[in-house]
Design a protein. Structure first.
Length: 112
């Protein structure tokens, strides 16, 4: 029981310190994490993931919001931002950010 609790606490501490922006090659890491989810959506998952990464980096200036978005894409294969990934004061930016990247994300994923 105690060992399981330590594993859970350790995993949550790791998740909180995870940041795409601080990685040596954040674009490469993002594509590596995103591509497996995009295989079902595209014949070229790396190209879709690269497009999504470029759009997120170009359109989302706030580093914490951008990292939460990139983490959400790589975890689900589509753009998402979970409130748990952001400080409460930045939650108001989620809707605005998702609206801003909606059309470019659809173009990346579906080529439209």
């Amino acid at each position: 029981m105690t060992a399981a609790l330590l594993v859970v606490l350790g995993a949550s501490a790791f998740a909180e310190s995870y940041s795409f922006s601080s990685m040596p090659d954040p674009r490469g890491e993002f594509i590596r994490l995103c591509a497996p989810y995009m295989i079902k959506r595209s014949d070229h998952p790396e190209a879709v993931c690269d497009c999504l990464h470029r759009q997120a980096v170009a359109m989302v200036e706030d580093v914490e919001v951008r990292d939460a978005l990139l983490y959400g894409i790589s975890e689900t294969g589509v753009p998402t931002i979970d409130k748990a990934w952001l400080p409460p004061v930045k939650e108001e930016q989620i809707d605005r950010t998702m609206t801003r990247i909606a059309a470019p994300s659809m173009a990346c994923i579906y080529g439209k």
